[in-house]
Design a protein around this ligand. Structure first.
Ligand SMILES: Cc1cc2nc3c(=O)[nH]c(=O)nc-3n(C[C@H](O)[C@H](O)[C@H](O)COP(=O)(O)OP(=O)(O)OC[C@H]3O[C@@H](n4cnc5c(N)ncnc54)[C@H](O)[C@@H]3O)c2cc1C
Length: 387
């Protein structure tokens, strides 16, 4: 049993770290301030191969989920908004097409997505259905060989940028014999008439990520834009989210590590009462807690990633993914609170990136299944009859 990543993964980590240091770190405070989505940097991330990490070789990828987690962790150490852009592009954009798409669908969409020349989004959440995502109200009707889609989606990442090429939308396509909705996934090219990405949100954090509400008014796409089997939308998005949760946990790990690094440095430099604050146990012990969180989160993230890469049974992976997501994201929120406290009043000032991490962390406990949803999944995995 090994507790270390391979040499190849560690070398790859250095490549991404250097990229983030050179291309992201010098500009990110300004992007954050201006709520700017840096298209040119996303394209460069594509040139570095980051969007193809999980795709098979025939689509120009490397089939390496652990590598994706390393990349997200490293980007997330520098900026969480850039990290989520990669996470959503691969985990929510590419993954459903890769896993459930026909050869024709893959051939049409994947080459540009894998190269980072285009972005795909996953439209699951709606104004009235988030955690209860199966209760989708968006509906699609098959009329003369075309799906006619009406409805709306809420909080969709990478859905309205100039790079966005396609959105996988879940929609009610009928009613099952037991009266529950039949839910399917349909690929909607971003330039389809009636599809509108509404203006982006004014978010608390992740300012340089691209997030929009979506509206579908009599959107017509050919019947063959159905993704996967009709009526299998629900299990499809559950499987998609399992992968995404590990990737979000990797993003949270990057956040904890950033808090640790900033706090160690600041506690060694800032003086009160004639000594560095790191001499005070009240400060040093909190920084020790950050190191424990980072180590524990790292173990959970890369255990779950290794299970994915090894093709572990779905139930085993699902449990590991939810445990990693729950622990890493709740720890990230705690870590940003500790780091901000270490920085004192300076931590409340936007000139210090600790303030940005503080704002960015909260959503980690919400996106791709809230902490409560993770606890439900884990409890069910334990055999409990929790609702
Ligand atoms: C910045 C951002 C980006 C996002 N990107 C995407 C995206 O790309 N694609 C996409 O489809 N969605 C996306 N989402 C949506 C996100 O996945 C949902 O916000 C999330 O799943 C929660 O849904 P909700 O907001 O409707 O909250 P609700 O489901 O209304 O939950 C409200 C509260 O009730 C709790 N709760 C709900 N049900 C239960 C229960 N059964 N037991 C205990 N507690 C419960 C929740 O945990 C939460 O605390 C994004 C969200 C944000 C903020």
């Amino acid at each position: 049993m090994s507790f270390a990543l391979s040499r190849e993964h560690e070398e790859f980590r250095q490549v991404v770290r250097e990229f983030a240091r050179a291309e992201i770190a010098p500009h990110v405070a300004e992007w954050d301030d201006k709520h700017h989505f840096p298209v040119d940097v996303v394209v460069k991330m594509g040139e570095l191969g980051l969007f193809g990490l999980t795709a098979p070789e025939e689509y120009g990828g490397a089939g390496d989920f652990t590598g994706l987690c390393v990349a997200i962790e490293e980007l997330g150490r520098v900026d969480q908004g850039i990290g989520i852009t990669l996470e959503a592009a691969v985990g929510l954009g590419i993954n459903p097409i890769l896993t459930f798409g026909t050869k024709a669908q893959k051939d049409r969409w994947l080459p540009d997505l894998v190269a980072g020349r285009a972005l795909a989004a996953f439209g699951l959440t709606e104004p009235a259905s988030g955690s209860d995502a199966g209760a989708t109200r968006t509906h699609a009707e098959l009329v003369d060989g075309e799906w006619v889609i009406n409805g709306s989606k809420q909080f969709i990442t990478n859905s309205g940028s100039s790079l966005t090429s396609v959105v996988t939308a879940t929609a009610r396509t009928g009613t099952l014999a037991d009266g529950t909705p039949e839910v399917s996934s349909i690929l909607v090219p971003a330039d389809t008439d009636g599809f509108v990405a509404e203006p982006g949100y004014n978010k608390l954090g992740w300012h340089c990520s691209d997030t929009h509400p979506l509206t579908f008014v009599d959107v017509r796409v050919p019947e063959d834009h159905l993704l996967g089997e009709r009526g299998r939308g629900f299990p499809q998005f559950l499987a998609t989210l399992d992968d995404g949760r590990v990737a979000i946990a990797a993003l949270a790990l990057g956040c904890i590590e950033a808090c640790l690094e900033m706090s160690v440095q600041y506690a060694g430099e800032r003086e009160t009462f004639g000594v560095p604050i790191g001499r005070k146990q009240g400060v040093a012990f909190r920084v020790s807690d950050l190191a424990v969180m980072a180590e524990a989160a790292r173990g959970l993230v890369y255990k779950a990633a290794a299970l994915k890469d090894a093709g572990a049974p779905a139930a085993t992976f699902k449990q590991a993914a939810s445990i990693a997501k729950l622990y890493a994201t709740e720890s990230a929120v705690t870590a940003t609170r500790i780091a901000t406290q270490v920085f004192g009043g300076y931590g409340f000032m936007e000139e210090y990136s600790v303030a940005r991490f503080y704002r960015d962390a909260k959503v980690l406990e919400i996106g791709e299944g809230t902490s409560e949803v993770q606890r439900i999944i884990i409890a069910r995995g334990l055999g409990l009859p929790v609702e």
